[in-house]
Design a protein around this ligand. Structure first.
Ligand SMILES: [Zn+2]
Length: 124
């Protein structure tokens, strides 16, 4: 799973659109405040709620581009809607995600957040 995640992060970093998403300072502060374990719980909640259903509500528009670090990670990792999930991760639309897929997405998002967190904390 780690290798797959690293490969995926590498491909995403080659996309001009995806690699343009970054954590803002207030998001870093939010992570400092909550801790990464709590952020991971939020990631499960958001994926379960916004991406996992067979037919997610407002699919394509369900993920904001601000406020929560997990939202930014979802855009950066191609996990913002079922169209992007199908394109980037070959997970077909129109059916509910299974446990392994949810696990994979959350681990990918958390890896992206960790890398971005380290980078951004050094700059500020
Ligand atoms: Zn999308």
């Amino acid at each position: 799973m780690i290798d797959l995640i690293e490969q995926k992060l590498y491909s995403l970093s080659k996309s001009k659109f995806r690699s343009n998403f970054h954590l803002r300072k207030y998001m870093i502060e939010y992570i400092n405040d909550k801790g990464l374990d709590k952020i991971k719980e939020h990631a499960y909640d958001f994926i379960n709620q916004k991406i996992a259903p067979s037919n997610p509500k407002n699919d394509g528009k369900q993920t904001p581009t601000k406020n929560h670090p997990v939202f930014i990670a979802m855009h950066a990792c191609g996990c913002c809607c079922r169209t992007c999930l199908e394109k980037w991760h070959h997970i077909p639309k129109g059916r509910e995600l299974n446990k392994n897929e949810i696990e994979y997405i959350v681990n990918l998002l958390m890896k992206w957040i960790e890398i971005e967190y380290k980078k951004t904390s050094e700059i500020h």
